[in-house]
Design a protein around this ligand. Structure first.
Ligand code: GLU
Length: 428
């Protein structure tokens, strides 16, 4: 029997439901931990599910009404924490799954936060900057009673950036009557953002891949890497891996990718994309490939850094990498994950591999609370320490229990939240 109480839209049978998948991972961890069924039932449900309606005036005067979601999964370990996603595929089920992942991610990294996620089903490219500002401000103001620097702290996610965080911070601050920088993380430096935050998720991916290679007696130098996605996370990971001596042989965006066996000059590609409205098509000395082809290229490390459900039972047998690092949330399905692990492929799970972003969000929050701001070197050092510690704990857990690294990561995250729930007890 399912533990889920969520009144969510039912997915079509052919669709892999992200929330069901998140619950399957939770159930597997609960089984491994022999977690009390009552605790499992609590953790299977978000604590609060909020959907607000966002009326927005388009630039042509037309009024459009959008649905904005914020799902607060758990605040057992601290304030709810998680990004705000603007993407056409956003659904309440997806946001609920991502909120649950945030709970385990923060617990795994040992940072004192719960998990949440927000989202609006829009393609930001179809809206003007002014329209996006109106949408973001109205969304924030509709959520005003449910967020706060010690309640729920949004951050950027797919389709949002420091710009949206500044609008959110301003809207919240104006409504409460004073500046509240701690309401969001991932904000611009000018209003209390942290150095290193923009590159943080990509840096975390690089660190975890480097550690995994070390465990296999290898280094980043000369390693062939294919990266699906050249957005905030994919592009930062590509640059840092390139700088560390890896050979980035392929990258892609939503409209397709490029491949060069000799390796791509990532700084040159970044400059090219900047000049060509984010397009990487026709980059010199590389051939065009599709997103599907990128996933099955002969390479050592494959980094899906775009959407969920990219490696499924349909294409998993064609994946040739020996390490798959989930820079996106949920890019490898449950079944595909089992098949990769059975073949001896190391899958570095999302809640570990892409945790660099929320770790630096936490460091931003700490700096804001203490009114002392650090240089980038210190931010990167503190982040590196937390990431490496979590990597070692996951590998140790995997070895001791004889389980996959994904199950080990979930077992650590779920176990810590379960322990806190037990210690706090149930109210009333
Ligand atoms: N959106 C990022 C994530 O999924 C960052 C969240 C945060 O910094 O709160 O981890």
């Amino acid at each position: 029997m399912s533990n889920s109480l969520l009144p969510l839209e039912s997915p079509s049978p052919a669709h892999i439901c992200p929330f069901d998948q998140a619950c399957s991972y939770l159930e597997a961890a609960a089984k491994e931990l022999k977690l009390d069924p009552g605790l499992l039932a609590i953790l299977s449900n978000p604590r609060k599910v909020i959907t607000v309606s966002i009326p927005v005036k388009r630039d042509n005067g037309e009024i459009q009404v959008l649905a904005g979601h914020r799902v607060q999964h758990s605040d057992i370990l601290g304030p709810y924490k998680g990004g705000t996603r603007y993407h056409p595929a956003v659904t309440l089920r997806e946001v609920s799954a991502l909120a649950m992942l945030m709970t385990w991610k923060c617990a795994l990294l040992g940072i004192p936060y719960g998990g949440a996620k927000g989202g609006i089903a829009i393609d930001p490219k179809s809206y003007s900057v002014n329209e996006l500002e109106r949408i973001t401000r109205r969304y924030t103001s509709e959520l005003i009673k449910d967020i706060g620097p010690s309640v729920d702290i949004p951050a950027p996610d797919m389709g949002t950036s420091a710009r949206e965080m500044a609008w959110m911070m301003d809207t919240y601050s104006v409504n409460v009557g004073h500046a509240v920088p701690g309401i969001v993380t991932g904000k611009p430096l000018s209003i209390g953002g942290s150095r290193g935050r923009e590159m943080a998720t990509g840096r975390g991916v690089m660190i975890i891949v480097r550690e995994a290679l070390h465990s296999r007696g290898k280094s980043l130098v000369g390693v062939r890497v294919a990266i699906q996605g050249f957005g905030n996370v994919g592009a930062a990971a590509a640059l840092l891996l390139y700088q560390a001596g890896a050979k980035v042989i392929a990258v892609s965006t939503g409209s397709g990718g490029i491949y060069a066996e000799a390796g791509i000059d990532i700084p040159a590609l970044k400059a090219y994309a900047l000049q060509n409205r984010k397009s990487i098509a026709n980059f010199p000395q590389a051939v065009a490939i599709s997103n599907a082809e990128l996933l099955t290229l002969p390479c050592d490390v494959l980094i899906p850094a775009a959407l969920e459900n990219q490696i499924t039972e349909k294409n998993v047998d064609l994946v040739q990498a020996e390490i798959v690092a989930e820079a996106a949330n949920g890019p490898v399905t449950l079944v595909a994950n089992q098949s990769l692990e059975a073949r001896g492929v190391t899958v570095l799970p999302d809640i570990l591999a892409n945790a660099g972003g929320v770790v630096v969000s936490y460091l931003e929050w700490v700096q804001g609370l203490s009114y002392v701001f650090w240089d980038e070197e210190r931010v990167n050092r503190e982040m590196e320490q937390l990431m490496v510690q979590a990597y070692r704990q996951v590998m140790e857990q995997s070895k001791v229990r004889g389980i996959s690294s994904r199950l080990a990561a979930y077992t650590l995250g779920v176990g810590r939240v379960g322990q806190a729930l037990t210690d706090r007890g149930l109210y009333p």
